[in-house]
Design a protein around this ligand. Sequence first.
Ligand code: PLP
Length: 440
Amino acid sequence: MSNTKILGDTTSLSPRHTSEGWLNNLDRPRKAGPLLADHAAPGTGMSTVSIHAGTHDDPRTGAVGTPIYQASTFVLNEGQYQSVEEGFARDRFIYSRYGNPSQWAVQEKLAALEGAESAIVFSSGMAAITSTVLALVDKGAHVVASSDLYGGTYNLFNQEFPTMGMSCTMVDSYDFDAIEAAIRPNTQLMYFEAITNPLLKVIDIPRLAEIARRRNIRLVIDATFAPPVAMRTLEHGVDVVVHSASKYLNGHSDLIAGVAAGPRKLIDMIWPRLLNYGGSLDPHACFLLERGLKTLAVRMRAHEESAMALAKYLEAHPRVQKVFYPFLESHPDYATARRLLKNGTGNITFVIEGGDAAALRLVNALRIPKQATSLGGVESLISLPFNTSQATFTSRQRADAGIDPGCVRLSVGIEDAADLIADFEQALAAIYAKKEPAYA
Ligand SMILES: *Cc1c(COP(=O)(O)O)cnc(C)c1O
């Protein structure tokens, strides 16, 4: 395929498309993409896909890997003028907020990993979430959402929605009767998270999808805590999957990005919101995200290996009262996790003896995990709900949310399990030594 064809020539458009009003024809077959070139990954394994899908070796020089197309705008030809006139501008390069080759390459990789026809990258997870939600609801609409939402998404539904004439009912994601009961005639969207924070509940997505289908409502899932490799969310009947790509997808704690993936028809509805709200991803950040994604499969295996070993160690420790890790048999959603997840992740939540004061001493005594909010990076990160994610809650509200004093959130990186365990061993020994000396 020649370079000019890749970059927006019209020769691939049949005259039929141009004469019949391509935009207004809702029956027209929509193909996957947009794609930089007609190529598929040379295999279906998640590592092969994460390395090869979408990646676009420079056609002019043969340089391996997608170049960084650091351009705000593109030279216009007949094809681009026509695409604007006829409504297929998403398939041509015009201006980088609309689309850029660096975005297309990483979008294609993300779509392939999710098994989606199409994907759009955004400048943050929240940009992906707001653009997706607002594309799929009309004025006056009602949304049924999980009561365990990420704070930013909670604020979208609680603060922004009422000002736009929309409303949201938040429900316990385990309570399917309550979910059904919350649905109203104007409910257009169900919005849940695949794995919740901080208790790591694994939501029964196929059951939510069955309700959504039966009641003719769209289902959006935030799968930030369960990226592809761990879960192919769309395979469970979800309409659109969104992620904060700042977490596992990029995996290196060095950029903020988001993505929405699903059928081309729905992603084409989200794209105008990207243009209007302006959350497009910079080409250099696209390059970093694409590079991060190449190791997604090996990173996820390493996260599971280290997290599983550490979770078992913590579960056996006499000072640790509870451990939440979905692949531990003691987790309430172990069976759901085994059914829906193909790979574990790095998130562990646990509760130690001595409450929040002991938890504070623990995070200060650890040498490997850095005290930081966020998750999914190669380096372990640790934080406490009481002074970060649930800091605005009263102790009663924390108790109602199932968060006990002494609760610790840990995102296990890909450091060696033996080093992580040794670090927790020394830190736990140090913080309890003062209270109960060995000779006592
Ligand atoms: C971090 C996060 C977000 C927000 O993503 P940003 O990239 O920070 O905008 C949304 N949902 C979940 C579950 C997250 O963890």
